[in-house]
Design a protein around this ligand. Sequence first.
Ligand SMILES: [Mn+2]
Length: 324
Amino acid sequence: MNLNEFKETFSKLIGSYEIFILTTHENSDGDGVGAEYALYLYLEMFGKNIRMINNDKPSSQCEFLHIGNKVHTQIKTLDKNAIILMLDFNEINRIGKRLIPLLTSGNQIVRIDHHKKPEAIENCISYIDDTASSTCELVFNIIEDDLPHFPEDVQKKIALALYSGIIFDTNNFANKNVSPRTFEVCAHLNAYGADNHLAYKKLFENRKTKELQLLGLTLSSIEEFHNGKVVMYSTTQKMLQDSGLQIEVTEGFSKDVKPTNGREVVVYIRESGKDTYRVSLRSSYRDVQKIAEYFNGGGHVLASGFRAKMKLADLKSKLLSLLK
Ligand SMILES: [Mn+2]
């Protein structure tokens, strides 16, 4: 559905539904949570009954949005008249196992997303634009005309949530997914009071000393393969246990080694349990989404990830043969 068709349909749905459930993908990130909270505040303006239900509580880096205590992680009862908004993901499984019933129980679904290859989902209305920087940019397109009519404090909260999502997904405007529209949207959000410096500090400069120490150990594990074109590094369970930190703090470590200076593919491996790994792949030009898909994962062409249950040596050698 294009933007105008979607806006028309969405505003009819707002007129006819009272209960709204907002959700994003598991291991929620700044974009998913930002979009979710902005729409929460938006729907509040229409007096709706709204619930945010995610697989996980928002990570600590999103605390400054003050959304955490409003996010639930369980479905208590699912009203058949509730409408479900799926934000920043395009296939049912990405919601996380526990919450799959939200998307399969026949309720009306609205999907807003910027990932490629959306899954066909029953009873679902979609606004998808894979040229957009982020889901937050798309949410701004949807609510842009209504924002001027909201109270200033609400405008400001919505603006901060959306701005944060955009800088999260663009790596503070450094990624290729930035377009003139991204800057235009951010100019508006800044004018509505989004504090760009606050959002940057909270999202990108927020590491505690212990986390920096863990990052140091993780980075010192870097190995080169295929003449330095592929590099791999990892955080092991032992490193985590010694640090006393939870695996969630390593979420951003995949961005600390860039595919530059002759590195074509960067592989970051996190040991999440016995013979169980979360792998993230980043590249400057090679299609790493295909590789993630081989392991039943997904993401974007230049940044994707997957989970694997196998011996580490087997995982590495399979990856290296796929990355020949
Ligand atoms: Mn996103």
